[in-house]
Design a protein around this ligand. Structure first.
Ligand code: HEC
Length: 93
C-alpha cells in the first residue's frame, strides 16, 4: 500500500510531538528528579531534610524506599542520583 505524502507528514509530526513531549516532561537534572520523585506522596520536605547533617540525608532516600514503598516511584538508578544530590547540592536557607 502506498501512503500519500500528506498522511506521512502528519504521522511524522505527531510522532515528533509525542517524543518532544516525553523529552520535555522527563526530569533531567538531579534537582528536578528530587523535586519530581520526592513530592509524589507528600509535599517536598526540604526544611526537614535540612535539619539532618548532609552526610545523613542520603539514608532518608533508602528509608523512603524500604519502609514507605517509595521504591515503586524511585528506581535504584534514580535513588543514586537523588542521594548524591541531597548530600552534595541541596540548598538550605
Ligand atoms: C511512596 C511514597 C513516598 C515517596 C515517593 C517518598 N516518601 Fe517520604 N514519606 C512517606 C511516608 C508514608 C512518610 C511517613 C508519613 C509522613 O511523614 O507523612 C514519609 C516521611 C518523610 C519524611 C519525614 C521523616 C521525619 O522523620 O520527619 C521526610 C523528610 C521524607 N519523607 C522525605 C522524602 C524524600 C527526600 C523523598 C524522595 C527520596 C521521599 N520522602 C519520597 C512516603 C513517601
Amino acid at each position: 500500500m502506498k501512503w500519500p505524502i500528506r498522511t506521512l507528514s502528519i504521522l511524522g509530526l505527531i510522532g515528533a510531538l509525542i517524543v518532544g513531549y516525553h523529552w520535555a516532561s522527563c526530569p533531567r537534572t538531579p534537582e528536578a528528579l528530587f523535586k519530581a520523585r520526592c513530592s509524589a506522596c507528600h509535599e517536598l520536605r526540604t526544611e526537614r531534610l535540612c535539619e539532618f547533617p548532609a552526610t545523613q540525608r542520603p539514608t532518608i532516600v533508602d528509608t523512603m524506599r524500604r519502609l514507605h514503598e517509595a521504591a515503586e516511584v524511585i528506581d535504584e538508578e534514580e535513588a543514586v542520583i537523588i542521594r548524591r544530590y541531597l548530600e552534595e547540592s541541596l540548598v538550605c536557607h
